[in-house]
Design a protein around this ligand. Structure first.
Ligand code: LLP
Length: 414
């Protein structure tokens, strides 16, 4: 994996041994490779360089300020889904004119914040939301640049919890109502129709759903043009999958070739919202094995990281590879890698081969850069782990480990 390799038997992130980082920051810890991060972003940039485009990084995958400023420095915009994400993106220096705002439940005050900032586009998900945005914009004497999120009803062939483009999903406006809603939008005060948005799901490993959805989108753009609405942007969302285990997802280059070859006669720019495929394989969660517990039916490897640190295995049954930080001789053993949290669902790995380890050894849960720290919580009053960024032979703590005091900030005893 780009950025992560063994030197002898020691796992390194770029040129820094993981063991050295953990000696300094403790365990558990998230560690990211700058080379892997910028490499995946550059692949998108290159793939779409032939066209006016904005790569609006879906920061919900990993919203660390340093990660954002690094990607922003390479030219990334941001796909935000809340006032909090807008705040982070702006704090990290991402220009407002490269920010798109999605989500089914934007509040009036979040709309005001985004209008004040002057973002590129609101991706509106329902008629009522459109009316609210119109009222808010008029009250500020502004005009809101808008795309409607059209639900193309395409099966993305991924986990049901992360499929978003099906008819039964809460996201977007059904395709058969899109034209009438666009005509209505065009007549509303304070609304400036500038684009079409879609996003069909996450961790997509086949190209067909992208192709099918994009064909529907370009066909719809042509219908809109016939009805007098010319959009400037097609926002194709994110969703490109990564390799967690045996997957062989398309590359940004594959997607670029498909998309750019389907734009004939359309004078539009392309917006992309990749999240996982930028940061997923650029990060690991390192955890120390505390104890090994043999029962009649199973071997449990008890680690100091759990579902509060990385919830994907518990929530989706997600697979993450497990690499030993120091390789030992031997076969390993089948078992579960579990955390200290008081839940049966608290596992990082279930019923799989665990590499040979002794208590005190470190394990790296791979491909944890996306939706890892971002979904971490303080459940069981566990401070969230630090985040560390490695570049070549140097590492930097880009978010300190939380303290007990951090966790009670804002609470009162009396
Ligand atoms: N754009 C929109 C409108 C989205 O809803 C999402 C993700 C993205 C872009 C970025 O998708 P990506 O490129 O990362 O696939 N927590 C889940 C993933 C939830 C994705 C939610 N929306 C997981 O850990 O797998």
């Amino acid at each position: 994996m780009n950025g992560f390799s063994y030197v002898g038997n020691e796992l390194c992130v770029e040129q820094v041994p993981v063991g050295e980082i953990v000696r300094s920051v403790g365990s558990p810890a998230y560690i990211y490779s700058q080379k892997a991060l910028s490499g995946s972003f550059s692949a998108y940039k290159e793939a779409f360089s032939g066209r006016k485009s904005v790569i609006a990084y879906a920061m919900k995958a990993n919203g660390n300020l340093r990660v954002l400023s690094l990607l922003g420095g390479l030219g990334a915009g941001a796909d935000v889904v809340s006032g909090g994400e807008l705040f982070r993106a702006r704090k990290a220096g991402i220009p407002a004119e490269k920010i798109v705002f999605a989500g089914v439940g934007k509040t009036a005050s979040e709309m005001r914040e985004a209008l004040d900032a002057g973002i590129l586009m609101f991706n509106v998900e329902s008629p009522m939301e459109l009316d609210m945005l119109s009222r808010v914009a008029v009250s500020m004497g502004k005009s809101a640049p808008v795309a409607l999120r059209v639900n193309p009803d395409v099966d993305p062939k991924t986990h049901p919890y992360i499929s978003t483009g099906l008819k039964k999903s809460k996201f977007g406006i059904p395709a058969d109502r899109a034209l009438s809603e666009y005509l209505r939008a065009a007549s509303l005060p304070g609304i400036n129709v500038v684009g079409i948005h879609q996003h069909i799901g996450s961790q997509l490993t086949q190209i067909d759903p992208f192709r099918d959805a994009f064909d529907k989108m370009t066909a719809f753009a042509r219908v809109l043009a016939k009805n007098g609405i010319r959009v400037a942007w097609l926002d194709i969302g994110g969703g490109l999958g990564i390799r967690y285990g045996e997957e062989t997802p398309p590359t940004p280059g594959n997607i670029g070739t498909e998309i750019l070859s389907r734009l004939e006669g359309l004078d539009v720019g392309i917006i992309l919202e990749p999240g996982r495929s930028i940061v997923g394989n650029a990060g690991i969660l390192v955890t120390e094995v505390l104890y090994v517990k043999e029962t009649e039916v199973k071997t449990f490897y008890i680690a100091d990281a759990g579902m509060n640190d990385l919830i994907r295995p518990a929530l989706y049954g997600a697979y993450h590879d497990l690499w030993p930080v120091k390789r030992r001789e031997g076969e390993g053993k089948k078992g579960d890698l579990v955390g200290p949290v008081c839940e049966t669902g608290d596992f990082l790995v279930q019923d799989r081969m665990i590499p040979p380890v002794e208590p005190g050894d470190l394990l790296a849960v791979m491909s944890a850069g996306a939706y890892g720290f971002a979904m971490a919580s303080n459940y069981n009053a566990r401070p969230r782990p630090p985040e560390v960024l490695v570049s070549k032979d140097r590492f930097t703590v880009i978010r300190a480990r939380e303290s007990y005091e951090d966790m009670v900030r804002g609470e009162t005893v009396a």
